[in-house]
Design a protein around this ligand. Structure first.
Ligand SMILES: Cc1cc2nc3c(=O)[nH]c(=O)nc-3n(C[C@H](O)[C@H](O)[C@H](O)COP(=O)(O)OP(=O)(O)OC[C@H]3O[C@@H](n4cnc5c(N)ncnc54)[C@H](O)[C@@H]3O)c2cc1C
Length: 399
């Protein structure tokens, strides 16, 4: 038999995340979502106080090695935490997921670069004020899904990295989708070194915010409005030679797919948390709202919708737990399984957040309730970290 019971330590992290999500993230997200000016969101005390409290509790460093200052939690423990945080709101939670992208990459793929670990990873882990936030940029104006188009030599990043003496000179721009792009102070930048290799000719560079880097205005968008997304521009930026932390070449698809294997699972937990938030709110409403002489949950048409959402939550979580377990127990995890879990969970989140609006009838579209926000938030999950179409194509190739 497979044991699905969490340990006492896992339950403790889950309780901590649940309390923080309900008491801090949810009220913050609702307020931030109402701000019509995207710039106001990331100037607001609400956003920064929430991030600071999350850092104080250590949610930003859960997956980083203990000897570098992280909590080194296994993928099944972080699974429980990400789902709970996402119940509070997936904008802030996505920002917390993206914040450690550079330190995580460094501590897994460039752990031998002790100077970079001391300069970027350890201070990030010690941070309790959300001063250190990272972002990663692969997507560009002309490189979206092409980020996974590994074998067409005509397709390469337009951001370039050229050697000049003992330094790299970075020139170009990353698209307005970069998560945390407008608030990060260090970046993982995918930049083309050998164009004849196509996208495999890109290396991955660690770029501190400073001279030669400009952060764009936050993207004004449909949902997940508490997640900062912005362009990042590089103009003659110079970084030391050893800030290239992954070289171009044949290992590029392995590295990129490893990021997708992890990232897709995390997007999946955002979807489960979001579905739970919508389901729980709609169920409470359906038990209270009386029409045609009884609570609407007792009308089968409504009961079916709610039970169907419940099934989707349980099925998505089950698939994701298997993907997380595989990641914890098998080198590089299983991309096909991660993709299946993410595509399924995010499609379910889109479908059922729409259905939960319907459960509330006219009140579902009113901003008096949060159902319409959940529906808007869900759409972004089908696109982030590669679209569901691209993840399906990757899955098919592995069948
Ligand atoms: C919330 C969110 C967060 C993000 N965060 C980041 C980040 O931190 N860093 C970063 O670099 N990027 C980030 N992105 C960008 C994201 O990775 C891209 O939006 C995504 O890869 C799609 O690229 P595109 O938007 O240019 O769409 P396109 O690639 O132009 O695709 C348009 C449509 O065509 C479809 N399509 C394209 N090629 C194919 C094909 N071969 N077969 C079938 N269908 C195809 C796509 O599925 C899509 O429906 C984020 C996006 C979102 C929504």
């Amino acid at each position: 038999m497979i044991d699905l019971s969490p340990s006492e330590e896992q339950l403790e992290f889950q309780r901590l995340a649940r309390k923080f999500a309900r008491e801090v993230i949810r009220p913050a997200e609702i307020e931030l979502d109402k701000m019509t000016d995207a710039e106001e969101v990331f100037k607001s005390d609400i956003f920064w106080n929430t991030m600071r409290q999350a850092y104080e509790l250590g949610f930003h460093k859960m997956s980083i090695r203990e000897d570098f200052g992280g909590l080194e939690l296994d993928p099944l423990t972080t699974a429980l935490v990400w789902e709970e945080l996402a119940v509070g709101g997936i904008g802030i939670t996505a920002s917390l997921l993206a914040a450690p992208v550079a330190p995580r990459f460094l501590s897994v793929l460039a752990a031998e670069k002790t100077e970079l670990i001391d300069r970027f990873v350890k201070p990030f882990c010690a941070d309790t004020k959300a001063k250190y936030i990272s972002a990663w940029g692969s997507s560009e104006g002309n490189i979206g899904s092409d980020g996974s188009n590994y074998y067409d030599p005509k397709v390469h990043h337009e951001t370039t990295a050229k050697k000049d003496g003992g330094e790299w000179v970075i020139q170009g721009a990353k698209s307005s989708f970069a998560s945390n792009g407008g608030i990060a102070n260090f970046f993982l930048v995918f930049a083309c070194v050998e164009p004849e290799l196509g996208i495999r000719g890109s290396g991955v560079f660690l770029v501190p915010y400073g001279q030669g880097v400009e952060r764009g205005k936050p993207l004004d968008k449909l949902g997940m409005r508490a997640l900062n997304q912005a362009d990042v521009f590089f103009d003659g930026l110079r970084i030391p030679e050893d800030y290239m932390i992954f070289p171009p070449g044949e290992n590029y698809p392995m590295m990129h797919n490893a990021i997708k294997t992890v990232g897709n699972i995390e997007v999946g937990y955002l979807a489960v948390g979001l579905m739970r938030a919508a389901y729980e709110e709609a169920l409470d409403y359906a038990k209270e709202r009386i029409q045609w002489g009884k609570p609407i949950v007792e009308h089968q048409a409504i009961g079916f919708k709610l039970f169907s959402a419940y099934q989707a939550i349980e099925a998505s979580r089950g698939l994701l737990w298997k993907a997380s377990w595989t990641l914890a127990n098998k080198f590089l995890g299983d991309l096909k399984l991660s993709a299946a879990a993410r595509v399924f969970a995010t499609n379910m989140a889109m479908k059922h957040t729409v259905e939960m609006v319907q459960v509330l009838g006219g009140y579902g579209i009113s901003k008096e309730y949060t159902l319409e926000k959940y529906m808007r938030d869900a759409k972004l999950l089908q696109i982030m970290d590669a679209t569901n179409e691209i993840m399906t194509i990757k899955g098919i190739a592995l069948m």
